[in-house]
Design a binder for this molecule. Structure first.
Ligand SMILES: *Cc1c(COP(=O)(O)O)cnc(C)c1O
Length: 426
């Protein structure tokens, strides 16, 4: 009776057997994940202790939020955990995009140039940069304020064009990179690579700021971009660092003077970080940070397990099960519209919320092809919770991420495999 828990679900012997093999094959990767989890958990706990977090910090303020000790201490705790001089952690950032754009407007001024080193940034940023189909609509993009945007295309391998960086960063104010692959099949950018890029950028242009979109990257390795030369980084609290408990929000972390500038953009020039009430959200953000390394480990095990199972079943998976990881995203190439739909239906069946919903592809605004999404989350849209989605086009790949707990993540992946098997596709 090795799998009592899964006896609650209609899983065939074949899927159970494939799963057992996939899990056994992943044991070395799991051991590495556990080791990183322990290091990061201790790092978080040490920061709580160093800043003497107490019950009073968990309470909230209203109105202007002057003197909110919980807020100010959480900033300091986050900064220590991320190895940054300073941080702004706010439930009032509506998403990662909001935190990223606040940081860009915080440090860029008219006449400046921003250069993306990692190709085209994440879709939700295009309008803010002044590129894509909303360009020229006077929405208040960087471009509308006279800030130029340039891009270094990725190499055919999907990696950054390191040789081109020294020349390209001349005269640039912000050199920007996105750690996670987003909705592409390129490899994500490891901390070692970010360290190498930081050196290249600073040697060629000591004035340039290295700004990193750290979404999906927190706690996957034992160091963060701000510890290896990034001047600023940003992320979402309904992804890794919110631990599935923060209900909304984002963060900006990095050099003290730059974080200060971002604070003036976040509220109003002159007001900065002195205002901003936390309502009742402090406790969720502290508790989420406390849980985050463990939840990220669960999401990573879920991703490795999916790579192991679907890889063994003959599907193309990236990263490979034993590949070094720097974010929580797993891509599984399902090869057909039926396969992608069946995969997403299975993931949905394993969700604690809305398990009975059947996802279908729909024409999402801004996308060329219909997109199918599976998500059944406690926090709306939280992708640290198990979720999967993909556009209905070749090669019919699903981008899967999250899993609050390893047993629930594993079950979701098993149900996805079963769903494909039921259609004769696995
Ligand atoms: C999630 C994400 C963002 C921000 O998206 P939001 O939905 O606004 O939080 C930006 N970049 C990457 C790579 C992401 O994964």
């Amino acid at each position: 009776m090795a799998h009592i828990s899964t006896d609650f679900f209609p899983l065939s012997d074949r899927i159970r057997q494939l799963s057992a093999q996939a899990e056994a094959a992943a044991s070395a990767a799991f051991a590495r994940i556990d080791h990183i989890c322990e290091t990061n958990s201790h790092k978080v706990l040490a920061a709580f202790m160093a800043h003497r977090v107490s019950e009073s910090h968990l309470l909230g303020t209203s109105g202007y939020g002057y003197g909110d000790r919980g807020r100010d201490t959480l900033d300091a705790v986050f900064a220590q955990v991320l190895g940054a001089e300073d941080a702004l952690v706010r439930h009032s950032f509506v998403s990662g995009t909001n935190a990223i754009v606040t940081a860009l407007f915080g440090v860029l001024r008219p006449g400046d140039t921003m250069l993306s080193l990692s190709g085209r940034p994440y879709d939700t940023l295009h309008a803010a940069l002044g590129i894509g189909d909303k360009a020229g609509q006077n929405l208040g993009s960087l471009q509308d304020f006279g800030i130029a945007y340039k891009e270094l295309p990725l190499l055919e391998t999907g990696r950054m064009d390191l040789a081109a960086i020294p020349e390209a960063v001349k005269g640039v104010k912000v050199a920007y990179l996105q750690r996670s692959r987003g909705y592409s099949l390129r490899p994500s950018i490891t901390i070692d690579e970010i360290e190498a890029v930081a050196k290249l950028v600073k040697e060629a242009n000591p004035e340039a700021l290295l700004v990193v979109d750290n979404c999906y990257g927190e706690f996957v390795e034992t160091r963060e971009p701000t510890q290896v030369g990034a001047d600023l980084m940003m992320g979402s609290l309904i992804k890794n660092p919110g631990g599935g408990i923060a209900r909304t929000g984002g963060y900006i972390a990095g050099r003290k003077d730059l974080v200060e500038l971002c604070a003036h953009r976040m509220t109003a020039p002159g007001m900065g970080r002195e205002v901003g009430c936390t309502l009742g959200e402090n406790k969720n953000m502290y508790m989420g940070l406390f849980y985050a390394p463990t939840v990220v480990a669960a999401a990573l095990k879920t991703a490795v397990f999916a790579a192991s199972l679907f890889g063994a079943a003959g599907f193309a998976v990236t990263p490979a099960p034993d590949e070094m990881r720097t974010d929580i995203i797993q891509t599984v190439v399902l090869n057909s519209p039926e396969g992608l739909s069946a995969f997403c239906r299975g993931i949905q069946k394993g969700a604690p919320i809305d398990s009975f919903v059947v996802p279908e592809a729909w024409d999402m605004p801004g996308y060329d092809d219909p997109v199918i999404m599976a998500a059944g989350a406690f926090n709306m849209g939280a992708s640290i919770e198990l979720s999967a989605d993909g556009p209905m086009r070749e090669p019919y790949a699903a981008w899967m991420q999250g899993g609050l707990t390893w047993p629930s993540g594993k079950l979701g992946v098993m149900l996805a495999a079963q769903s494909l098997a039921d259609e004769g596709l696995l």
